[in-house]
Ligand binder design. Structure first.
Ligand SMILES: [Zn+2]
Length: 333
């Protein structure tokens, strides 16, 4: 199916059946978070409504676009409203009234319930529909925890269980979307395409950068015991490539932060490399000498070079832990 990363065999089979109109009245789409459950539900809905009868939907016809934007009159998403903890029973009743009517534009009426474990009393109400579904109805119950569904409900669902996706497939999927550094995001996603996509999007990158920046300030304010624990953690990654990537990511961010602080300590910072961190840069510059900051900056640059020659990661990180200047002020921050 179009634009779904992984689950190839299951989706090929499902898509093939759906195109021929061979669909069950109710499916349970199960699997861990960020694995692609909602996307699979949408693609199945598109398959059923698409004007060109393409497995996964063609993605370009009016019906496919309406489903994608959540405005197709025959495809309804039932989900927890706002800050409520559960899907309200009135939401199920309303859906059922709708479902009883013939489709307005498409061939079927499709209801996606996500997350179905949040139905609570809605489960009893839903059971009636599952027992006697209208001919044109297809229900897709999406959940991370199928065990929360009553046996009477579960037994009426055709299960589609999505499993963790091999990293190579995620990498391929990201690369096909034109995402650079696909292998890094794929590796970090631990088999969940949704996480890989979030990481690769701007938000993910910004969040990662902020996390790594904060890590330096925390280390500057930490004593040796904490610093060595940090070095051991980072060196612990057994995959040498992932370990090198994790270290390089930090050194790349930190070299800029330290350079800003060094220049600020000399009172010359007019164009910071990291303007968003100006407050921390100034605090660091007033609590550590310019010489010490320069030493740390040069050390980071040297370690980055050494990293390319497969240096002993742990020894490298411990050297960094020892030499990084200490600042009581950063500790308080
Ligand atoms: Zn279409």
């Amino acid at each position: 199916m179009r634009d779904v990363i992984g689950h190839r065999r299951l989706l090929d089979r499902l898509g093939g059946h759906a195109v021929r109109g061979d669909v069950a009245h109710a499916y349970g789409i199960f699997g861990p978070r960020s694995i692609g459950k909602r996307t699979v539900a949408l693609r199945l809905a598109q398959t059923l409504e698409c004007e060109t009868s393409t497995a996964g939907g063609c993605g370009t016809c009016l019906a496919c676009r309406k489903v994608e934007r959540g405005v197709h009159p025959d495809v309804r998403l039932v989900t927890r409203a706002g800050d409520r903890k559960l899907i309200g029973i009135e939401q199920i009743r309303e859906m059922q009234q709708d479902l009883a009517l013939r489709p307005l534009e498409g061939r079927r009426r499709v209801v996606i319930v996500d997350d179905a474990s949040e139905l609570d009393q809605g489960q009893d109400a839903l059971l009636k529909t599952l027992e006697e579904p209208p001919d044109h109805a297809v229900l897709l119950l999406v959940t991370t925890t199928p065990a929360a569904l009553h046996e009477t409900i579960l037994s009426r669902l055709q299960p589609l269980t999505l499993r963790l996706v091999p990293v190579a497939e995620i990498e391929e999927g990201l690369a096909a979307r034109g995402i650079r550094e696909a292998s890094r995001f794929a590796a970090a996603s631990a088999g969940r395409p949704g996480i890989a996509i979030a990481l690769a999007s701007g938000d993910g990158i910004r969040a990662e950068r902020e996390r790594v920046e904060a890590e330096l300030y925390r280390l500057v304010g930490s004593g040796l015991t904490d610093r060595f624990a940090w070095a051991a953690d980072l060196a612990d990654e057994s995959d040498p490539r992932r370990r090198a990537d994790a270290i390089d990511l930090r050194l790349a961010h930190w070299s800029e932060l330290l350079r800003d602080a060094t220049v600020a300590a000399r009172g010359e910072l007019s164009r910071p490399l990291r303007p968003a961190r100006l407050a921390e840069t100034r605090r660091l510059a007033t609590s550590v000498s310019a010489d010490e900051l320069l030493g740390a900056t040069l050390l980071v640059e040297r370690l980055r070079r050494d990293l390319g020659f497969n240096a002993n990661a742990r020894a490298m990180l411990e050297l960094f832990a020892l030499r990084l200047p200490y600042s009581q002020t950063m500790r308080a921050a």
